[in-house]
Design a protein around this ligand. Sequence first.
Ligand code: ADP
Ligand code: MG
Length: 240
Amino acid sequence: MKQTNIAVQMTGVSKWYDDFQVLRDISLTVDVGEKLVICGPSGSGKSTVVRLLAGLEAHQEGDIHLQGGTMNAQKPGDIGMVFQSFNLFPHLSVLDNLTLGPVKALGLSRAKAEDRARRYLDRVRIPEQADKRPSQLSGGQQQRVAIARALCMEPKLMLFDEPTSALDPEMIAEVLEVMEDLAADGMTMICVTHEMGFARRVADRIAFMDGGEIVEVGAPEQVFKAPKSERFALFLDKIL
Ligand code: ADP
Ligand code: MG
């Protein structure tokens, strides 16, 4: 049965790197339009979950279904991903960073791709930076270009892996604001972040990972008030 209101369904997913089990029996459902925040200590497997969803790595056990189809059936650009390091092409202008995917992978004409790129640069509030090289921009601006680049593929799901962790403190807010706009527009989002203010404002649910497991999932108002697990409580004590 095709359940079109479900964006992501992971069922019993386990993954190993050689003998090391990095993910243990992960089950997780994200509805279309939902915003899920994933947090947890370093090494708990958060990035691995995101990389699996993006199709960048394979798992050994369990199933991952995306909007009724399987991972392998995903079309280019169906999933947008934003990393901690912005991963822009340094030798291309901002505009060319944005048009590359739509032209090469989606077959858009240069003119259409440029229209689209300018629209999304507006959306991330840096229309005036189109002709610059990434190295001429601040970290916050580069990360907003990375978000715009993902949006240019018109993805159904956006994955963020610690998008503000590499930024100077004064640039974090501008990136979170853009992410909040996107959330308000109804985008389905999975965000690995320790920005708990953002989580409180934006997340429908927060998942806490530790040791390759999802230890707890709950609504922000519930987990911030009274996490069910000791491990999550200790973690929140440390970061809040
Ligand atoms: P997190 O994002 O929560 O910090 P990761 O998903 O990056 O955690 O990594 C989880 C664990 O898997 C870590 O112990 C890490 O060292 C290990 N790991 C990640 N990638 C690889 C890899 N390519 N080969 C071997 N071990 C890896
Ligand atoms: Mg990580």
